[in-house]
Design a protein around this ligand. Structure first.
Ligand code: SAH
Length: 519
């Protein structure tokens, strides 16, 4: 008997990928097919297995349907019948204006097994993320969710605006932007006071969230003036007044700033999450990819004669990872390092040693390769000492050259290689063309070179032109020097060269610039 498939209708939440439920994530992790739409954040697909079939059935407001509902229903039925585990990922909650009910009816009609998982609905997100409590003891104890668009074939008048206008304290209108002037008119005609406070929230919970506040009488004009487009929600009611003091989300210090992160995908997450917590909209644009080498003979040979060295130097967490992977593959463990002293270039490199039960003996004050060499020399640790330096095949020579000049023997062995990543180039170019980038962060010279190579600029003048309105941030002086080689100014560089310090420097830069910008 053929294994029967199953369809899970999963609420994706309003946009912020952090608002998916744990159950939703668990199901995505097991999915063989994911069918998702325009309101479900595509970042959520990262939870799905690599080989999972991803089907976009985007639907935009205003009647533009990329796929008909019949087509979607058929997809769900066909994949389930083929024995697959299907996740139907829907924006917000599947049962609140999500046509989840219709999809389930279809599955039931075909006798296909299904389950549904709720999600954070847009009303809830818009309320929380603008600081509007949709119910409040001082103002109202009732709320109604209404669609302002309904089925495009049905007239708006199918909704009993007369009863709704004063029947619930708070009205939350989904899909109501296009018809907003008409809706406001109907509510006032039915007895809701024109001074009733009203809010419109676009892309709630997302870094590009926008909100407009007004009254029932003027909200239509305000929305038109601010050029607010779907997806947006309308909240009408006295509760909107409570917002003044608690619009915490849009007041976060980096809110509305678009910051490009050029690190490899594996390394980007710490920087991205710290910036996102401050409200920034991060565009991940990995410019380099870390790869294993085709030939490890040099590192393997060095691992066999570790006893011939006095020092082991680590210049990045990547070297630590690759060094120990090779060591373990050779059937050895950290005990093979007995007697060796270890120097690390910075705190993250030192931290990367911890899982192997090791501590760095030596950490320079300043986190650069040059500073490490100088500190070792100044402490009398260079003359006559034998160093093993595993590093990226492309890494610079300052560190070994300085140590050698001070009388050390240094054996440099490649531990991994970095290759330019080209995938994200088009996205970055488009963001720059749209004038939507405030800052690009660089954490190494190779991120600078690869990023600039990705941009479609035929010469340096064109590059300067393309980046004229963008602040460039460098983690340290070596990276800054590489930026300067292109004739470009470095706007931001922290005193200490760590990710946390880079984040502080960005925060300082952008909040100093416009202290009154977000009130
Ligand atoms: N099932 C969804 C609603 C789908 S209807 C839910 O529970 O949220 C689509 C409408 O939802 C949009 O037109 C818009 O009015 C609203 N919407 C969805 N996501 C939104 C968001 N992040 N911010 C504001 N409105 C949103």
């Amino acid at each position: 008997m053929q294994h029967e498939g199953k369809v899970y209708l999963v609420g994706a939440g309003p946009g912020d990928p952090g608002l998916l439920t744990l159950r939703g994530r668990e199901l995505l992790q097991q999915a063989e097919v994911v069918v998702y739409d325009y309101l479900a954040n595509a970042k959520l697909l990262r939870h799905a297995p690599k080989d999972c079939i991803r089907i976009y059935v985007g639907k935009k407001g205003g009647g533009l349907h990329a796929c008909t509902q019949e087509h979607i229903n058929r997809l769900l039925v066909e994949h389930a019948r083929a024995g697959r585990t299907v996740v139907r990922l829907k924006g917000g909650d599947p049962f609140i204006f999500g046509r989840g009910g219709e999809e389930i009816e279809e599955l039931a009609a075909y006798g296909i097994a299904f389950e549904a998982v709720p999600g954070v609905t847009a009303a809830s997100a818009a309320a929380t993320y603008t600081g509007i409590p949709i119910t409040h003891r001082r103002y109202t104890a009732s709320v109604a969710f209404i669609t302002g668009h309904e089925d495009p074939d049905k007239p708006l008048s199918n909704i009993d605006w007369n009863k709704l206008a004063t029947g619930a304290g708070t009205l939350v209108i989904y899909m109501g932007i296009k018809n907003l002037p008409d809706i406001a008119q109907k509510l006032m005609a039915a007895g809701r006071r024109p001074e009733t406070p009203a809010a419109v929230v676009r892309w709630a919970s997302m870094p590009q969230q926008e909100s407009v506040i007004g009254t029932l009488a003027d909200i239509g004009d305000r929305v038109r003036a601010a050029a607010i487009k779907p997806p947006a929600l309308v909240i009408v009611g006295e509760v909107v007044q409570a917002r003044g003091c608690i619009n915490w989300f849009e007041k976060r210090p980096l809110f509305g700033r678009r910051i490009v992160v050029t690190r490899t995908r594996e390394q980007a997450s710490a920087l991205v999450s710290q910036l996102e917590n401050l409200g920034a909209d991060c565009l991940e644009c990995p410019t380099i990819e870390v790869r294993e080498l085709a030939d490890y003979s040099q590192l393997d040979a060095a691992l066999e004669r570790l006893a011939d060295f006095d020092w082991l130097l680590f210049t990045s967490p990547n070297t630590v990872q690759h060094f120990f992977r090779r060591l373990q593959q050779a059937g050895q463990d950290s005990r093979a390092l007995y007697g060796l002293r270890i120097a690390a270039v910075g705190s993250s490199t030192a931290k990367a040693l911890r899982p192997f039960g090791l501590r760095a003996d030596f950490l320079p004050e300043k986190y650069t390769g040059e500073a490490l060499a100088e500190a070792l020399i100044a402490s009398g640790f260079a003359q006559g000492q034998r160093f093993l330096l595993p590093q990226a095949a492309q890494a610079g020579k300052i560190l070994p050259d300085k140590l050698r000049a001070a009388g050390a023997t240094v054996m440099v062995v490649p531990a991994y290689e970095t290759v330019p990543a080209t995938e994200a180039g088009a996205e970055l170019q488009a963001a720059l063309d749209a004038g939507a980038v405030d800052c690009i962060t660089f954490t190494s010279s190779s991120t600078v070179r690869n990023c600039f190579a990705l941009l479609a600029c035929e010469n340096e003048a064109a590059l300067r032109q393309a980046l004229a309105r963008v602040r460039l941030a460098a983690i340290g002086p070596v990276t800054a020097k590489t930026i300067a080689e292109y004739g470009l100014p470095v706007a931001i560089m922290p005193e200490r060269h760590t990710i946390a310090d880079l984040v502080s420097a960005l925060l300082h830069h952008f909040t100093r610039e416009s202290p009154a910008a977000r009130v």
